[in-house]
Design a protein around this ligand. Structure first.
Ligand code: S3P
Length: 444
């Protein structure tokens, strides 16, 4: 499927956005780990969260829908049964890594596998600390999926470790904290900067003690005490996904005449680095009605077209906008001056090598972009010539190129655009309802 974005149409009005992907993943899995009945309203059901839902059902947990309301009934993770077939995690590293941590706690044997793209992503960062805890887990000789977990006696607790992660990664942190539920004693996980803390917030709401303290260098140390009782079930409604909102925010900023309102958007500080960056670039963005629901901050975002200037990103800002570099790149392509990103090597092991893929796709539509080992450089320009681009199997790359098309001089065509469904169901429909001229056509 090709998505064709015709320029020259402002984005106007309000849009309702899909639920937060990270929180939906955690809510589905943690509900299956709790003992009792949990309720998740308007959970994100997309390409990346379906495998998580399939997995918990393979453990014998009951999941049922009334519309978009998901009810999960579980006897708790200690009662999980071994899945009879390998668990296919699709393109979702979050599903695979979080499941590895939860299965490590449960001691249930399983095979975790995924798409070709997922099989290329690094798993050693998780396998090594899990093995230190005594988890019988192995990957391929290159430290990738499929991952094989052998059965482990639930009577024998895992070892308590103090792990220092070389990069801030919420997936690995979360997986280790889940495994720690079954440890003999307190487990600490330290990351160089705080990554999104949705897991810590939800675990606390489920009665688990997770303490976070910060070092003078900005590092975040999380200490989990294994609970003596089953995890409490919960009810929650995930906020709208800031990472999905990011594309509409950037689309509105770069397209003349735009004025968009997005309500109930998640504002977890581990996620909103792009807001600060876009404001520093001169973006008119107002956040109102900030509130907290089920332990997560959210608010309403109002954004207007604004002339942007270039920005330089590095250090602690990087993990706080780790999923937003494609959206940032679209903004940088339209900004005045040369933008740069550094300290962002992690982008090379996302759904695509986002440094290489972003630079090559931007060049295809006439934007000057150059790779650095740990980031990129983009030369902003007033007129983007447009052209045809390919998303490299990366939903965020597809959406970034689509919003860039709103502000280009000629249409931008995104091939294999169905990939946007991974995290943003009906992305093109939402753009259309905001006034964009976009068309989906079968690939010829
Ligand atoms: C996620 C964490 C991030 C992010 C991903 C979702 C999560 O990955 O890129 O889209 O839900 O924990 P890393 O933990 O690998 O940085």
């Amino acid at each position: 499927m090709n998505l064709i974005v015709f320029p020259g149409h402002a984005l106007k009005g309000s849009a309702s956005l899909p639920a937060d992907k990270s929180i939906s993943h955690r809510a589905i899995l943690f509900a299956a780990m709790a003992k009792g009945e949990s309720h998740i309203e308007e959970v994100l059901l997309s390409g990346v969260t379906r495998p998580m839902l399939d997995a918990i059902q393979a453990f014998g947990v009951e999941a049922s829908f009334q519309g978009t309301h998901l009810t999960v009934r579980s006897a708790g993770w200690r009662a999980w049964r071994a899945p009879i077939a390998p668990l296919h995690c699709g393109n979702s590293a979050t599903t695979l890594r979080l499941l590895a941590g939860a299965l490590a706690a449960a001691g249930v044997p399983a095979i975790l596998d995924g798409s070709e793209g997922l099989r290329r992503r690094p798993m050693d960062r998780l396998i090594i600390p899990l093995r230190k805890m005594g988890v019988p887990i192995r990957g391929t000789s290159s430290g990738t999926a499929p991952l094989v977990l052998e059965a482990r006696s639930p009577e024998k607790p895992l070892k308590a470790i103090e792990e220092r992660l070389p990069v801030a990664t919420a997936q690995v942190k979360t997986a280790l904290l889940l495994a720690a539920l079954s440890a003999e004693d307190r487990v600490t996980v330290t990351e160089p900067f705080l990554s999104r803390d949705h897991a810590e917030r939800l675990l606390r709401a489920m009665g688990v003690s997770v303490e976070t303290t910060f070092g003078p260098d900005g590092s975040a140390r999380h200490c989990l005490t294994p609970p003596k009782k089953p995890l409490d079930p919960f009810s929650l409604r995930p906020p709208a996904d800031f990472s999905s909102a990011a594309f509409l925010i950037v689309g509105a900023l770069i397209t003349p005449g735009s004025h968009v309102r997005l309500s109930g958007v998640g504002l977890n500080p581990g996620r909103t680095g792009l807001l600060e960056t876009l404001r520093e670039m001169g973006g008119t963005i107002r956040v109102r009605n900030v509130r907290e629901i089920h332990g997560e901050p959210l608010g309403d975002i109002e954004v207007r077209h604004s002339p942007l200037r270039a920005a330089k990103i590095r250090g602690a800002r990087v993990p706080a906008m780790i999923d937003e570099f494609p959206a940032f790149a679209a903004a940088a392509a339209c900004a005045d001056g040369i933008s740069e990103a550094h300290d962002a090597e992690e982008l090379r092991v996302k759904e695509s090598d986002r440094i290489a893929a972003l630079c090559s796709e931007l060049r295809k539509v006439g934007v000057e972009a150059e790779e650095y080992r740990d980031g990129f450089r983009i030369v902003g320009r007033r007129e983007i010539p447009g052209g045809k681009t390919h998303p490299h199997g990366d939903h965020r790359l597809a959406m970034a190129m689509a919003v860039l098309g709103l502000a280009a001089a000629n249409p931008i065509i995104i091939e294999s655009a169905e990939i946007t469904e991974e995290s943003f169901p009906d992305f093109s429909g939402v753009l259309q309802r905001l006034g964009a001229d976009v068309r989906l056509e079968q690939k010829k």
